[in-house]
Design a protein around this ligand. Structure first.
Ligand SMILES: C[S@@+](CC[C@H](N)C(=O)[O-])C[C@H]1O[C@@H](n2cnc3c(N)ncnc32)[C@H](O)[C@@H]1O
Length: 224
């Protein structure tokens, strides 16, 4: 069942229109210029796919003012809350795309993005829906194209099925994995990973339920 549109959704969205790119394709190759100052153009560009209500991207933006963030979310009802947080706190280093990851290569030029975050992506548990998982091989091809040399994906999920599928998909498609953890919030996790971590809405929910969080970093095959 589709969620009911939030009250006044269009007006709320319109009020935040300065921080959403209505036609992301025209920004291809120029995302850094979407941020306000010339200085920002030299900053690393990080992309979160499926940003939800924005707890992660706003936390990251606050913690990492030296990074410019693009937050993508396909559901308008959800992204509007994230956008309102950014407007209220006046973060200058976040911009939004209200669209689907299927179009990544239309939106970003080759090597334009330094890091991609996949946080608690929908697991699509049925095998016949595997192609919708954000770590399915067709998505990995898109990520490999838009990632800069040395760039990587950071994935977190509570879902062991999705995590195992992702490890296999990355490996089968020639990606190199680092810092694979089946329990991020444990004593075994290196301190620098824990201190850099920002807890997402879903992560918080699953932590409260006592469920372990899985995390990995994935580097694409080197382009020859
Ligand atoms: C389970 S929620 C997790 C939200 C947030 N990342 C968190 O960790 O709290 C997954 C989000 O990804 C969005 N999403 C799923 N598939 C997407 C796609 N192909 N492109 C953009 N957003 C997507 C959904 O609309 C949803 O808001």
């Amino acid at each position: 069942m589709r969620p009911r549109n939030k009250k006044h959704l269009e007006e709320r969205f319109e009020k935040c229109s300065s921080i959403v790119v209505a036609d992301p394709a025209i920004m291809k190759g120029n995302w850094r210029s979407a941020f306000l100052s010339v200085e920002e153009e030299k900053k690393p560009l990080h992309l979160e796919i499926g940003c939800g209500k924005g707890a992660f991207v706003t936390g990251m933006a606050q913690k990492n003012p030296e990074v410019s963030f693009v937050a993508m979310e396909c559901v308008k009802n959800v992204i509007v809350t994230a956008m309102e947080k950014v407007v209220a706190a006046d973060y200058k280093n976040i911009i939004f795309i209200n669209n689907n990851a299927d179009f990544l290569c239309e939106y970003f030029a080759e090597g334009e993005v330094d890091r991609i975050y996949l946080n608690f992506s929908d697991p699509w548990p049925r095998n016949k829906h595997a192609k919708y998982r954000l770590t399915y091989k067709t998505y990995l091809e898109k990520y490999a194209k838009i990632l800069a040399p040395g760039g990587c994906i950071v994935q977190k999920t509570d879902n062991r099925g999705l995590f195992d599928f992702s490890v296999e998909s990355f490996t089968e498609n020639g990606w190199r994995l680092e810092n694979v953890s089946y329990n991020l919030h444990s004593d075994e996790t290196p301190a620098e990973i824990l201190s850099a971590n920002v807890i997402t809405e879903y992560e918080n929910r699953f932590m409260e339920l006592g469920q372990p969080i899985h995390r990995l970093e994935a580097f694409p095959p080197v382009k020859l």
